[in-house]
Design a protein around this ligand. Structure first.
Ligand SMILES: Cc1cc2nc3c(=O)[nH]c(=O)nc-3n(C[C@H](O)[C@H](O)[C@H](O)COP(=O)(O)OP(=O)(O)OC[C@H]3O[C@@H](n4cnc5c(N)ncnc54)[C@H](O)[C@@H]3O)c2cc1C
Length: 178
């Protein structure tokens, strides 16, 4: 596994302070999702251990990170709760895992348009509580509702399933801000 150059590590420390980790143990954990990738397949995937893990706490930090990664050609792997179990949140070319744990805000609920704008780490249950304050509710309730992030991980993992926002029965998610 190639290590991030010192100068790049310094950049990440300046951007994220205590919210960047280069610890070997932590990086190994982030090279894994909720399931074990079959041992015959794992060696074919590439560099599954990231060189760093960051937790952006604002949209501005995320934008800065993407610009930095693009400038230095560092792969980014977005990660919600890594619950998909298909290896999607596991890096294949090292780089930096972007953990959305700290981005859980509901930014706007538009009752007339029936839309909600949320940050990517929010879970269904939390959004549902906010909707309930306005007499609204979700159109779908996956079994992992208390802890499964609403945003893009679910969209990506579920868009071909019966709950698909594009093709299935659940049409609650019509757009996202990320
Ligand atoms: C117990 C259990 C019950 C479940 N029940 C249901 C169910 O009833 N209905 C259903 O439809 N599904 C269900 N699922 C599957 C569920 O769809 C996935 O777990 C979920 O979609 C993954 O979301 P995540 O945020 O953890 O994504 P991750 O696993 O973190 O990521 C999934 C993919 O999306 C990418 N990604 C994550 N966040 C972003 C982002 N913000 N922007 C761009 N890309 C991103 C990742 O890189 C990865 O490729 C269940 C899963 C479990 C474990």
């Amino acid at each position: 596994m190639s290590e991030l150059r010192e100068a790049l590590k310094t950049d990440l420390k300046e951007m994220f302070g205590p919210r960047v980790s280069f610890s070997r143990t932590e990086r190994k954990l982030y090279g894994h999702d909720i399931a074990a990738i079959p041992s015959l397949i794992k060696p074919l995937l590439g560099r599954t251990t990231p060189e760093a893990v960051v937790q952006p706490a604002s949209e501005a930090e995320l934008v800065a990170l993407v610009k930095w990664a693009s400038r230095h050609r560092i792969p980014l792997t977005p990660r919600g709760k890594a619950s998909s179990g298909y290896g999607g949140a596991v890096p294949v070319r090292g780089g930096v895992v972007v953990d959305f744990y700290r981005l859980q805000a509901v930014k706007k609920i538009d009752a007339a348009a029936q839309t909600a704008t949320v940050e990517p780490g929010i879970v269904f249950e939390r959004l549902d509580r906010e909707l309930a304050r306005q007499g609204l509710m979700l159109k779908l309730y996956p079994s992992s509702y208390p802890w499964l992030p609403l945003e893009d991980g679910w969209r990506r993992a579920a868009q071909a399933s019966g709950h698909s926002s594009r093709a299935g029965s659940g049409t609650t998610l019509s757009g996202c801000d990320w």
